[in-house]
Ligand binder design. Structure first.
Ligand code: SF4
Ligand code: SF4
Length: 169
């Protein structure tokens, strides 16, 4: 019963549609961290969660965030989620995606769903910003080549609180 109530409440929130109908925008501000995830904070105090790539890819590219450091980002904004095309940190510029939002690098996320714990509510599918989760054999499955390790399916975002049964690791 507790799960049903939780699910009903979460279903009232908006799911995350794809970014591909949005225009490319440019933002500048400072780096901020919320629950260990990097955000861009503008001079007006708005915070945008950065949708980047798995940490191992960021490490290989030399992308490192420091609290309160100057940050410039171009990308596609949906609500407070910012799908990053290009970012400039400490006078270094990095590109992650091309103009069509296609990843410029191959990567493999290690996020997985425990099928024994998954209750097939499909909330994670609705909330994944890059459509990396699908149904397989009646359970959710994450495509490691699409997942950008944003953590939304686990930690949540806005009114979505993440997988209600902690099936995602
Ligand atoms: S992994 Fe969690 S959120 Fe996704 S379908 Fe399974 S129970 Fe629902
Ligand atoms: S961490 Fe979860 S929500 Fe984020 S891209 Fe990967 S599967 Fe999607």
């Amino acid at each position: 019963m507790k799960y049903l109530i939780t699910i009903a409440l979460i279903l009232l929130t908006c799911s995350l549609a794809a970014f591909d109908e949005l225009s490319l925008e440019h933002f500048s501000g400072k780096t901020a961290f919320v629950n260990d995830f990097p955000f861009l904070e503008t001079a007006s105090g708005a915070q945008y969660r950065l949708l980047l790539a798995p940490q191992n890819l960021l490490d290989s590219l030399g992308i490192a965030f420091e609290e309160d450091a100057d940050l410039e980002v171009s990308g596609w904004l949906k609500g407070t989620l910012l799908l990053v095309k290009e970012l400039k940190i400490a006078d270094r510029t990095f590109s992650l995606r091309d103009a069509t939002q296609k990843d410029l690098y191959t990567h493999q996320s290690d996020r997985t769903v425990d099928p024994d714990t998954c209750i097939s509510c499909w909330l994670c599918i609705r909330q994944c910003p890059v459509e990396a989760i699908s149904r397989k054999n009646g359970k959710a499955r994450i495509d490691p080549a699409l997942c950008i390790d944003c953590g939304i399916c686990i930690e949540g975002h806005a009114r979505f609180k993440g997988c209600p049964v902690n099936a995602i690791e």
